[in-house]
Design a binder for this molecule. Structure first.
Ligand SMILES: NC(=O)c1ccc[n+]([C@@H]2O[C@H](COP(=O)([O-])OP(=O)(O)OC[C@H]3O[C@@H](n4cnc5c(N)ncnc54)[C@H](O)[C@@H]3O)[C@@H](O)[C@H]2O)c1
Length: 333
């Protein structure tokens, strides 16, 4: 449900390429988007009519519509007895996400959140190393993603320079912590296996949206570990040659794990020496679909992020963003 950018870039090809899954039908209220996706992926059935889509013989639904429509689409899937994998952020507020979780649980169906970062070989390996105590006990994590969200401006086909509509949409939906930071918050919980018991955030405004476009989030875990997440959508966003920075640092009592996405540099330093591992992209939709297919077949969640994981990460991100907005200094001191 939803044949836009992320569906065409990641979900549709992965559904087609995953053993055990069959791309039966697609739905999008926009006929142009629908047709383009149908042609690109040779989908047998394509609908702009929701009822016809749900009557087309489905076992599960993937929701890749914009976030404000996720609740409606999940409600309809639950009503039709279909398991769901839903893109992040699950919904626009906690109450809506809780409603999604309850609807799916009442219908005895599985609801998963599309936290595809979990399935990067880098992330899977970090989780395994943390579990095995390779760096001792985790005390501190730094997860940083500062980038330009594809730039502030776009040029239309008539040559007009406009504010990027995609950027405007993401900023109005909550900004970088809600849109991207939820992945990092999920990783912080998943790697440590420890819930967040306290949080504090700060932010900065490079542009003038309600939400800050550059944010710092500090999380204290039950285990005593601390996580810092830094997210930005305005880092070099007007530069002719923009640059990104994406990294993980996991600091333990007996070593560190370091990952720099942009140089694909992944290493572990312990008293036994330094080991270099192959780097990978931070996302892995293919791995997520492999786990999704397995969950559908077995009924066991496995490593798939649940609706609850989606709720916790989104709640933390939204509360952080709201607290920063509430504490904004309206005029510099
Ligand atoms: N996991 C990731 O790394 C990642 C990356 C990008 C986007 N996303 C998420 O994926 C979702 C979609 O993002 P996008 O960038 O593809 O957006 P998009 O705007 O490119 O595409 C959304 C599509 O949904 C369609 N749509 C509109 N209303 C709909 C409805 N009621 N039901 C079904 N479809 C509807 C639109 O016509 C459009 O084709 C968002 O929740 C976004 O946060 C996730």
């Amino acid at each position: 449900m939803g044949c836009g950018m992320i569906a065409r870039y990641a979900h549709l090809p992965c559904i087609k390429n995953t053993c055990g899954l069959e791309l039966a039908a697609i739905y999008d209220p926009n006929p142009e988007h629908l047709r383009a996706a149908q042609e690109q992926f040779h989908v047998p059935q394509a609908f702009t009519d929701e009822a016809a889509f749900f009557a087309s013989g489905l076992d599960a639904v993937v929701v890749t519509s914009p976030a404000p429509f996720h609740l409606h689409n999940v409600r309809e899937a639950a009503r039709h007895g279909l398991h769901v994998l839903c893109e992040k952020p699950l919904a626009m507020n906690d109450a809506d996400i809780q409603q999604m979780i309850d609807l799916m649980a009442d219908a005895k169906l599985m609801l998963f959140t599309g936290f595809c970062y979990r399935f990067s070989p880098v992330s899977m390996q970090i989780r395994e190393m943390v579990r095995q105590g390779v760096i001792g006990e985790v005390r501190s994590q730094r997860l940083i993603y500062i980038w330009n969200l594809h730039g502030r401006y776009e040029t239309t086909w008539t040559g007009e320079r406009i504010e990027s509509p995609r950027r405007v949409g993401r900023m109005l939906e909550g900004g970088p912590m809600v849109d991207c930071g939820v992945h990092q918050i999920d990783l912080a919980r998943w790697w440590t296996g420890s819930e967040v018991v306290r949080q504090q955030a700060a932010g900065a405004w490079v542009e003038n949206y309600e939400a800050p476009d550059h944010m710092y989030l500090h999380l204290d875990h039950e285990s005593g570990a601390h996580t810092m997440v830094e997210m930005s959508f305005s880092y070099s966003h007007t530069a002719s040659e923009p640059i990104n920075h994406f990294s993980y640092h996991i600091i333990g009592t007996d070593g560190v794990i370091r990952y720099d996405r942009d140089g694909w540099h992944f290493e572990v330093r312990t008293p036994h020496g330094t080991t270099f591992y192959p780097g990978h992209d931070e996302k892995n939709f293919g791995g997520m679909y492999y786990a999704f297919a397995e969950a559908l077949e077995t009924g066991f969640t496995g490593d798939m992020p649940t609706g609850y994981d989606g709720l916790v990460a989104t709640r933390i991100a939204r509360q952080a963003t709201e607290s920063v907005i509430a504490n904004r200094l309206l005029s510099p001191v």
